[in-house]
Design a protein around this ligand. Structure first.
Ligand code: NAP
Length: 269
């Protein structure tokens, strides 16, 4: 299909659960006109005031943009209902469904894959983006949708999407686990559990905020707080021994990436 211009036209959001709902709330909070959006789900959905919600596709004018936010396994139900509809832009957040599959199932001017993570709900997420299209208007429209969600970046090579999903998509789960482990380790040294939990959370939150503000990378920051012969260095030596932490996290990301690849293969069948 040839690309049509895209901008601030009608947007259909198909699926509005945890992720679709979080994205929609951020878009509206960032100033998107609610009247621009039609949410389509099979059952009831809570949508911001002024947003139209339907349980079947509307019969009125074609949307400029369709955002797919149902489960990947729902593509087989949703795609046939979109036959004959040709949005200028199709944005999919379906994990594991590649852009070739999307383009084959839905006739859109441009197809964009987006992989948001959970903190988009508070505008501090990460959204990885990929498209074969280099149309400046397409990219600008997608960036305008991604900006209210937090940090966003285009991925040059779609084959890296599963790895990026493992790092940024699953990353919040790994970080939550780390915070819990830090608290449990403190507890093991005798700190009351509730206090250890508060200290661990505030330590990770403050350190992350500091790393964001710093003009050097986290590895340098770690070395700066760890003076030779000091206690932080003694602890870092445990994490660094034989690359223990990097090895563990590489195995962690690799397992998540492998599962993403398996699910992608299942979605193509
Ligand atoms: N949660 C995450 O952290 C995350 C991160 C990145 C990407 N994703 C992707 O986001 C997508 C949604 O995940 P989620 O966690 O938000 O799922 P969810 O909470 O279960 O929401 C799914 C939504 O899709 C609707 N839906 C299901 N089948 C439909 C159909 N045939 N037509 C129209 N709407 C339909 C559901 O409403 P009804 O049942 O009423 O139809 C619901 O609103 C998935 O593809 C996932 O891969 C999620």
């Amino acid at each position: 299909m040839t690309a049509r211009p895209v901008g601030a036209g009608p947007l259909w959001l198909i699926g509005c659960g945890h992720m679709g709902g979080a994205m929609l709330r951020r878009w509206i909070a960032a100033g998107m006109a609610p009247s621009r959006v039609t949410v389509i789900t099979r059952g009831p959905a809570t949508v911001p005031a002024g947003v139209r919600h339907l349980t079947a596709l509307p019969l009125d004018a074609e949307p400029e943009t369709i955002v797919l936010a149902m489960k990947p396994q729902q593509l087989g139900d949703v795609a046939p209902t979109l036959q004959g509809i040709q949005p200028a832009l199709l944005v999919s957040i379906l994990a594991g469904v590649d852009s070739a599959t999307l383009a084959q199932r839905i006739a859109a001017g441009a197809v964009v894959r987006a992989m948001p993570n959970l903190p988009v709900a508070i505008g501090q997420g990460v959204t990885a983006l990929f498209s074969e299209s280099h149309d400046a208007a397409v990219r600008a429209t997608v960036e305008a949708l991604a900006a209210p969600l937090g940090h966003h970046e285009w991925i040059a090579d779609e084959s890296l999407f599963d790895a990026v999903t493992a790092l940024a998509g699953s990353g919040p789960g790994f970080v939550f686990r780390f915070i819990d482990a830090l608290a449990r380790a403190g507890e093991a040294l005798g700190i009351p559990a509730d206090q250890a939990a508060r200290f661990a959370l505030a330590t990770v939150s403050g350190s992350a905020a500091m790393a964001v503000e710093a003009d050097v990378d986290p590895a340098t920051l770690a070395d700066r707080v760890a003076s030779k012969g000091g206690s932080t260095r003694e602890g870092l030596d445990v994490l660094d021994a034989d690359g223990a932490l990097v090895t563990l996290l590489t195995r962690t990301l690799d397992a998540a990436r492998r599962r993403n690849t398996e699910m992608a293969a299942a979605a193509r069948e």
